[in-house]
Design a binder for this molecule. Structure first.
Ligand code: GLY
Length: 308
């Protein structure tokens, strides 16, 4: 297994008042990147990183920046989330999202929603306005209507499908460490191609596809969700750091190997630790991702960062 060493090096000391973030555009993203123009993906991600930099420099919270980044990706039809969510069949799609903050372990999630422009914001409302963690299907939609969220017509989501009925990937997510030392993670997806209506993947399941804990790290995953659920993968990374005192990179590498060996799963994940060190790990896949470490330069890569 080969990790993306480039972004796992040179983190500054733990107490540096700085910010770090990583954003991903999903596993197996090279297919879409090659079909569209790679420049478009790279430029969009760099713009997003610079927007996040401005917010974080001004003292924005990790939670706000995670929501901002994932919203922007949901609005970009190049990704399989929000507007670009892959249809399960003609005129039918479902979306899942989760958000978590590491200071309090507060979290919110939605699954199987339709017509919601930004499921990540609905997930945050579940976290902040209810006593619950996860709302699904009709209940989540009823809750959405009681909140001031944008509800869009089906045609808003159909746009890519009408042009191009092919398999598509690209769950999106972000992990952030803000200037105050707080961590947050968020993930959003249109699911997997050909899934049975009602199927829920790892994205909205806290500890599977999304997790944040100020004592350890923030993680967002992408891949075949069933395997990430079996491996409770994002929580596993955190537990290895907390209990076995592994650094982020070792913990992510160990967890990706566990996913492969125990579930035959594949995909990737992004992470940031409490010191602002960032890392990406994947196997058997490309993974579009961009990062800023300790307020440094914005970087974007879609090359596979791990090979098995
Ligand atoms: N990882 C996204 C999904 O399986 O739904």
């Amino acid at each position: 297994m080969k990790l993306n060493q480039a972004i796992c090096q040179n983190a500054k000391p733990k107490d540096t008042p700085s910010f770090s973030l990583v954003i991903h555009g999903g596993a197996w993203s090279s297919f879409e990147i090659l079909r569209a123009s790679p420049e478009t993906y790279v430029n969009n991600l760099k713009l997003l990183l610079e927007g996040a930099r401005q917010m974080l420099s001004n003292g924005a919270s990790a939670l706000d920046v995670v929501e901002y980044c994932v919203r922007q990706e949901e609005d970009d039809p190049l990704h399989n989330a929000g507007r670009g969510s892959i249809p399960k069949k003609i005129d039918f799609y479902q979306m899942d999202a989760a958000i978590m903050e590491g200071a309090t372990l507060s979290c919110g999630a939605v699954a199987g929603v339709q017509n919601v422009k930004n499921p990540i914001s609905l997930a945050r409302l579940v976290m902040e306005k209810t006593n619950h963690v996860l709302l699904v299907d009709q209940g989540a939609m009823d809750f959405a209507r009681t909140q001031n969220v944008d509800i869009m017509p089906d045609t808003y989501f159909d746009i890519l499908f009408l042009k191009d009925n092919q398999e598509k990937h690209g769950t999106v997510g972000a992990v952030v460490r803000d200037m105050h030392g707080n961590l947050a993670a968020g993930t959003s997806t249109g699911g997997v191609f050909g899934q049975i209506p009602g199927r829920v993947g790892d994205t909205p399941l806290i500890g599977a596809g999304t997790y944040a804990n100020n004592q350890t790290c923030a993680i967002s995953c992408t891949g075949v969700g069933e395997d990430f659920i079996r491996a409770t993968l994002s929580h596993r990374v955190s537990m290895l750091m907390e209990i076995a005192h592994m650094p982020l990179q070792d913990s992510m590498e160990n967890s990706m190997a566990y996913l492969r060996d125990r579930t035959n799963g594949s995909g990737g994940m992004i992470g940031v630790d409490r010191a602002g060190k960032v890392c990406s790990a994947a196997h058997d896949t490309s993974m579009l991702h961009g990062w800023i470490e300790q307020g440094g330069r914005a970087e974007v890569s879609w090359e596979p960062s791990v090979s098995v």
